[in-house]
Design a protein around this ligand. Structure first.
Ligand SMILES: [Zn+2]
Length: 93
């Protein structure tokens, strides 16, 4: 009977180890993301807030600033906002 208890305990410990490991990995991933943002390799999508590569395929230039987007949907939303605020704004792409 005690054998089953030990097996159950072992499974529980393995499970804890696995979930704990996952949390560490998530934290590391977030740290890596922060590092990339700090170094300027990643920028925030100004529409939805997702972090995207600075040199990603979807970007527009607004004056001196280059904005990167996670999707064309976000880019279009941003362009509409730009047009609403500054109708004669120079647009790239
Ligand atoms: Zn987006």
């Amino acid at each position: 009977m005690i054998r089953w208890l030990i097996i159950a305990l072992a499974i529980f410990l393995l499970f804890k180890l696995f979930t704990g490991d996952k949390k560490v990995k998530e934290a590391k991933g977030k740290k890596q993301e922060e590092k990339l943002v700090a170094s300027g390799e990643m920028v925030k999508d100004p529409v939805c807030g997702t972090f995207v590569e600075k040199d990603g395929p979807i970007r527009i230039r607004s004056g001196e600033t280059v904005h990167s987007f996670c999707s064309y949907e976000c880019r279009d939303k941003f362009l509409k906002q730009l047009e609403a605020s500054k109708p004669d704004q120079e647009k790239a792409e």
